[in-house]
Ligand binder design. Structure first.
Ligand SMILES: Nc1ncnc2c1ncn2[C@@H]1O[C@H](COP(=O)(O)OP(=O)(O)OP(=O)(O)O)[C@@H](O)[C@H]1O
Ligand SMILES: [Mg+2]
Length: 264
């Protein structure tokens, strides 16, 4: 469905992507994991036409994306839900959602009826949004804003939904909720490309994973395999670290030792 080969991209003199190759097949959840500044967002921006690649190939269902305007890329069905939600704060939740449908209305007389149908589908996935429909979006919590941003993306009837760090800044219980929702949306047939720093959760729901480091894809494979990969465990999954300094190791050991409760 989507194929990137050797993509390089710059911001002026800053080389953000050196060599990014990846593939997404219809129906999959594919995740890109990587630390701050690795190039995850730039990869998304390159796919959606907001940043132009200086090298490499970029193909979606037989279309070369390299010279297409962002709105044309949206029309092909690639929908980018940006990092930090980027809702229109002074608009209601309903208006933010409807804005997602506007990419289709130019060509389609029936867009209002279709948008009403899609709105019901979005409300089914996120029942809270129906109750919040009239609220201005800036008054929403982080989790509610994320639901609204994903809902707005779904209103465009994506063929490929790209989610840039949807769990960022959310409380653990909401993080779970976001990942559960992504799985549900995928089960309904949506192909998802997911940028995440929360590598464990992302690999747990994805079929394939790619590891991005300073603009280069350094590793890729079946998500389950990556979850068990020692290199990934050390770098991204927060497994117990070996502390070399014996004094420091003792301090850490004591600080994590169970404090006995009275009577024990
Ligand atoms: N608008 C910009 N102008 C100049 N440099 C930028 C710009 N946006 C990103 N960069 C640089 O490009 C590199 C990749 O950034 P990018 O935002 O793609 O990383 P990221 O993996 O999404 O990081 P994060 O996890 O922090 O969102 C970084 O070195 C960053 O400083
Ligand atoms: Mg980013």
């Amino acid at each position: 469905m989507l194929k990137l080969e050797g993509i390089a991209a710059n911001y002026g003199k800053v080389q953000a992507l050196r060599s990014v190759s990846l593939e997404v097949e219809t129906g999959q959840i594919v995740t890109i994991i990587g630390a701050n500044g690795a190039g995850k967002t730039t990869t998304f921006k390159t796919i959606s036409g907001l940043v132009r690649p200086v090298a490499g190939r970029l193909e979606f269902e037989g279309h070369n994306l390299a010279n297409l305007a962002p709105e044309k890329i949206v029309e092909l069905g690639i929908i980018h839900v940006p990092e930090g939600r980027r809702l229109f704060p002074g608009l209601s939740v309903l208006d933010n959602l409807l804005l997602g449908a506007t990419s289709r209305h130019k060509k389609n007389q029936k867009w209002r009826a279709e948008a009403a149908e899609d709105l019901e589908k979005v409300y089914k996935i996120f029942p809270a949004l129906k109750l919040l429909a009239k609220r201005l979006s800036w008054t929403l919590s982080g989790g509610e804003q994320q639901m609204c941003a994903i809902g707005r993306g779904l209103m465009a009837r994506p063929r490929l939904l790209m989610l840039d760090e949807p769990s960022l800044g959310l409380a653990p219980v909401l993080v779970q909720e976001v990942f559960r929702t992504i799985v549900e949306i995928n089960r309904q047939g949506m192909t998802v490309l997911l940028n995440e720093q929360n590598a464990r959760q992302a690999l747990a729901i994805a079929s394939r994973g790619y590891v991005l480091e300073t603009g280069t894809m350094v590793l890729s494979g079946e998500a389950r395999g990556l979850l068990n990969n020692e290199q990934i465990k050390r770098a991204y999954l927060g497994s117990a670290m070996k502390i070399k300094d014996p004094d420091l190791a003792e301090v850490v050991e004591n600080s994590t030792r169970k404090i006995p409760t009275p009577g024990e």
